[in-house]
Write a protein that binds this ligand. Structure first.
Ligand SMILES: [Zn+2]
Length: 277
């Protein structure tokens, strides 16, 4: 008899408890009720089976552009003039390209989420002040958002962005990523202390500045090795190299980019098509 009562009450509890769990967040502070729904949404995404490295490698590559300096009077692969930069953004917009974020690229690569037509990612390395003052307004004019990889030793230094400017970029919808503390290449990090100095500490500090997780990394000099890619996968959803071959086991930690020099608009489009076939 006692056993029967126990079974019935257990069954009763099992029936009402899930209902209580669902109902509780809706009571009281409405601000708090939003959180479980957001969690549920991400839980749904995570329940999908993520693509394997081979499946990721087989997907169409999204063109990723990498800019450095945007200024007059300098020549070389790492500089474009402001007029050229504007012409590049104009031709992308006129040709129907849509700037995508690293979060969109990640969902596309890992969960096959759809991207807008003609996706392109526009990235900037080295925290130069002209990224905020010249590049961001041009991007925004065309409805684009960019990705700015910060080398954190440059905070508030002459010709580099201030912490406020970096925070402002994040607020305007751009993505802030990390580009190490002082631009030392990943292949030179030998001890735990190096990783702490170049990745862990600057990531935390940058997150404090932008008020959100920093989940993307650009390799200093574009240089990486397999060991470094594995280590970075603990901290970042995606890491960006340059035109080198992707790591067959860590494709998310070796996303290819091309450096954009002072090209004509036509050459830009042609190079994008050729490099990311
Ligand atoms: Zn750099």
């Amino acid at each position: 008899m006692n056993r029967k009562i126990f079974l019935i009450s257990t069954l009763f509890l099992a029936l009402i408890l899930p209902g209580c769990n669902r109902a509780n967040p809706r009571q009281g502070d409405p601000g708090k009720a939003i959180q479980p729904e957001t969690e549920n949404k991400s839980a749904v995404v995570n329940k999908q089976t993520p693509n394997t490295p081979a499946q990721i490698l087989a997907k169409h590559q999204v063109p990723v552009l990498c800019y450095h300096r945007i200024t007059e009077g300098r020549k070389g692969d790492y500089t474009v003039s402001p007029a050229t930069f504007s012409a590049h953004m104009k031709v992308l917009a006129d040709s129907g390209y849509h700037a995508v974020s690293p979060a969109q690229l990640y969902d596309y690569l890992v969960y096959n989420k759809a991207l807008p037509a003609k996706p392109v990612m526009i990235t900037f390395d080295d925290s130069r002040v002209e990224h905020r003052e010249i590049a961001a307004p041009v991007l925004e004019k065309y409805g684009f958002r960019g990705v700015f990889f910060i080398m954190t030793i440059t905070y508030d230094k002459k010709n580099y962005m201030t912490k406020e400017q970096i925070a402002q970029l994040a607020k305007t919808g751009h993505t802030i990523g990390l580009h190490s503390w002082d631009h030392t290449m990943v292949t030179k990090y030998k001890e735990a202390g190096d990783w702490q100095k170049q990745v862990v500490a600057p990531k935390e500090k940058l997150e404090g500045i932008v008020g959100r997780p920093v989940e993307y990394w650009a390799y200093p000099n574009g240089v990486y090795d397999h060991k470094g890619a594995v280590e970075l996968s603990k901290y970042f959803r995606l890491s960006f190299s340059l035109a080198t071959k992707r790591d067959s086991l860590q494709p998310l930690q070796s996303v290819r980019r091309i450096i954009v020099p002072e090209w004509s608009a036509h050459t830009l489009l042609k190079s994008m098509r050729q490099s990311f076939r």
